[in-house]
Design a protein around this ligand. Structure first.
Ligand code: AMP
Ligand code: ZN
Length: 113
């Protein structure tokens, strides 16, 4: 999608610090980390939010979720971690390209703010 910052990051039109990449997904460090480790995992296909998922995306979303543990292991998140997907205004989604936040290396509180 033309004006999407995360599409541009996945296409390397905007620089980012790569964590993991394959033909379906891209993972990179968040610019404003909320924990000592804070990375984002995105599908290379533009999907605006979880609200925009279709049955066609089931395999891709399952794939993304299954990759989390590999990325977490690579980042040495041996003590656990949190994954978050914000959606829409109340969910405080600021970038309209679906992404998983992966946060770790500190004790996270619950409930979130
Ligand atoms: P959300 O609020 O769930 O939409 O999360 C968007 C996240 O993208 C925020 O944590 C931002 O810090 C992060 N972000 C925005 N622009 C960039 C960028 N160019 N590189 C890395 N992370 C970014
Ligand atoms: Zn996009």
């Amino acid at each position: 999608m033309e004006d999407c910052i995360f599409c541009k990051i996945a296409n390397k039109e905007i620089p980012s610090k790569t964590v993991y990449e394959d033909d379906k997904i891209y993972s990179f460090y968040d610019l404003e980390p909320q924990a000592p480790v804070h990375v984002l995992i995105i599908p290379k296909k533009h999907i605006a939010s979880t609200d925009d998922l279709t049955d066609e995306d089931q395999k891709l979303m399952g794939y993304m979720l299954c990759k989390v543990k590999d990325i977490a292991k690579e980042l040495d998140l041996v003590n656990g971690y949190r994954i978050v997907i914000n959606c829409g205004e109340d969910g405080f989604q600021t970038v309209k390209h679906l992404h998983i936040h992966l946060l770790g290396k500190r004790k996270l509180t619950w409930p979130p703010g």
